[in-house]
Every structure is written in structure tokens, then in C-alpha cells.
Design a protein around this ligand. Sequence first.
Ligand code: PLP
Length: 286
Amino acid sequence: MDQIAYVNGSFVPLSEARVSVLDRGFLFADGIYEVAAVLEGRLIDNASHLARLERSVGEIALALPETIDRIREIQKELIARNHLVNGMVYLQVTRGADSGRDFAFPKGDIKPTLIMFTTVKDIVNQPSAKTGIAVITVPDLRWVRRDIKSVALLAQVLAKQAAAAAGAGEAWMIEDGVVTEGGSSSAFILTKDDVLVTRQNGSEILPGCTRKAVVALAEERQLRVEERPFSIAEALVAKEAFTTSATLFVQPVVSIDGKPIGNGKPGPMTERLREIYVEFASATAT
Ligand code: PLP
């Protein structure tokens, strides 16, 4: 059965979903996206994703074509129409299609493009949660406003392709000798003194929704958290490492550039934080 997508007000088979070649998302990557996970047919931490969507579009002066309430309804209708149990809803909004290719914003009354589609994925039971993943490091080639969840993802495409070619599950990006974040995830280590370390939010990284929830859940349980940069040298002597995202939850990292973290297996604190996150996700899904 063909998946159903949402395109500018209509629900259509994914194979028939179309936008214009003049769409500014296509021509200039002039757009924003969000990905929210779905567990048992319900959205996880969606308020956080929609708040970040509003912030991102605000930072590029792009007016959403629908209210946040309506966007939430569309997400839910799409889940229902696709009978989606476990997976994710992808959402993208762009500055729409103008009559030509002008860099400056369209002058006329151009409606932004809003599209959504769903993907099936058993996030809770993904095998890599048990085995952990290998990470490679790559230089961070991105622009300076990484706090905006822009669809301009070429640097991440190259980073994650390098990881895939090396048989790794993620690339951690390095700038000025320290880790910024993963190609599509937030990076964490647990030091020898049981301090959870992750880069502080700022324009250098995307403020991960999963990162935010994990930091709060860890602090609620009296785990010490330091939001600061860390180097690969520090990560290599850490007890544990993991990476977080909406569609990975808490993902153990067992090696970096071929060198093991701890004993080269997912660490107990990582496994515990994953369980805690899964509990949080199930309890708060909407
Ligand atoms: N950092 C980057 C660069 C990302 O692309 C993502 C997710 O796609 C994340 C972090 C994790 O964010 P979230 O936990 O909101 O999925």
C-alpha cells in the first residue's frame, strides 16, 4: 500500500506528492524541517519539536502557512491515514515557489510550502541499541547558525556518507579541537568521575530535543551534568559515550575512529539512560 503524504493542504499518495522545481527549498535550501518520533501511534516530545520549529522559522523570517495547532492535527491525521505504529513524522516548510530564481525573499504573496510524510521504524527495538555503534570523526564543515534546523544538510550528508563508507553508524564533527555534535545527533560522554558531558547549546549546535530531555532526566536522578565542549582525547578515556536523537533515542557509542570506548561495549549508564528515556517517551507521548 502506498504511503500517504501531506502536501500544501492535501493528503496524497507519496508517489504522487510533488512540489515545484521553483520551490526555494529545492533551489536555495530556504527551509526548515523537523522530525518527531512515533511510538504506539503517538508523537514523542512533540511540543519540544514544534517549539523548535517555531523558533527556527522565526530565525529565518519564514511565516508558517498553518498554525501550530493545525500542524499538530495534520501530523496526527497522517499517522492515522498511514496506520503508523512506530516510526517518525518528517515535516518540512520552505519559503515556497516564486516565479523565478531570486535570492531575496519573494515580493508577492507566495504561500510557504508545507509537506509531511511518515517512515516506519521500530525505534525501541533497533538492534544497534544493544550492540552500540562505531563513530568516526570528521571536520565540521557547516555554516555558523547550526541552531537553526535548516534543510541545508550537505555537510551532514558528506559526514554521514564518510561514516557509512567506514562502516560506522555516525560521524561526530570536530571544530577547534572539540566535538560539536553528530551528523544527525547530539554527542555525550560519561567521564571516569561519572559526570555526563555534552556540548552547551549555542549557535555551534542544534539544540536537540532528545538531548534536552536526557539532560533533564539525568539531573532529576542526581547525575552530574556538565554542558561544555569535550575533545576526542577526553572521549577516548571516558567510561561511556552515546549519541541522542528523536529517531535513535539514546544510542551507545562503542568506538571512535576504531578505538574502543571503555570495554568496547554499551555502558551500563547509557543503557539505564536509554531505559529512562523510553519510559519518558511512553509516558509523555501524545
Ligand atoms: N544535531 C543534529 C545536527 C541533528 O540533525 C539532530 C537531529 O536530526 C540532532 C542533533 C538531534 O536532535 P533531536 O534530538 O531533536 O532529534
